[in-house]
Design a protein around this ligand. Structure first.
Ligand code: FE
Ligand code: FE
Length: 189
């Protein structure tokens, strides 16, 4: 399916605000993919689809979660379900590759051993032009030169936010965060 058709299908599924966020993620992903050497077409496709199930009511998410490949632990935190569900839909509706499906599946949580494609989509989601939270400009600045550092900072920001809100923290996100700081340390030393 052509990118334009995918975008139109996504538009039909989302509120105007969420679609604007998605467009921001597509643009940010394109920039990051060019800068850090990911397949631009694949990255854009993942970005278009990443939040396609983000506005589904909890019941529909829980129902759909039974039918898709769900990494262990995701089901314990409902806010994480929209990634794996979108990955399943991306496959069913648009026939995306496994690499693209993984970028969608892990866009919220990250994971250890992320591909460059997964990294650029995950980071773009956090720094697209519509995002405004404490420290976002520092992450944007890091993203100009160092993908791993920007992700390390971004995961710290997410974890800090969740701590303050007393929300659950997904263990794989902590592991991903540790790995990104480790990777940047290796470069600094
Ligand atoms: Fe999302
Ligand atoms: Fe998003």
């Amino acid at each position: 399916m052509e990118e334009k058709e995918v975008a139109e299908r996504v538009r039909a599924e989302l509120s105007e605000a969420r679609f604007a966020h998605t467009q921001g993620v597509v643009d940010a992903t394109t920039e990051l993919a060019r800068r850090f050497g990911a397949n631009v077409q694949a990255a854009r496709l993942a970005a278009w689809v990443h939040d396609i199930a983000r506005e589904w009511p909890r019941e529909r998410l829980l129902q759909a979660a039974l039918r898709v490949e769900m990494p262990s632990g995701f089901a314990l935190i409902p806010a994480l379900l929209h990634g794996p569900i979108a990955a399943g839909l991306a496959n069913e509706w648009f026939g995306v590759s496994d690499a693209v499906a993984d970028a969608i599946r892990y866009h919220t949580t990250g994971r250890v051993g992320m591909s460059v494609l997964e990294k650029v989509v995950c980071l773009a989601d956090a720094i697209e032009r519509g995002r405004d939270y404490p420290g976002v400009n520092d992450i944007r600045a890091a993203a100009l030169t160092d993908l791993n550092l920007a992700l390390a900072m971004s995961f710290d920001s997410t974890i800090q936010y969740l701590l303050l809100k007393r929300e659950p923290i997904f263990p794989l996100t902590v592991m991903a965060r540790n790995e990104f700081w480790e990777l940047t340390r290796e470069v600094r030393e």
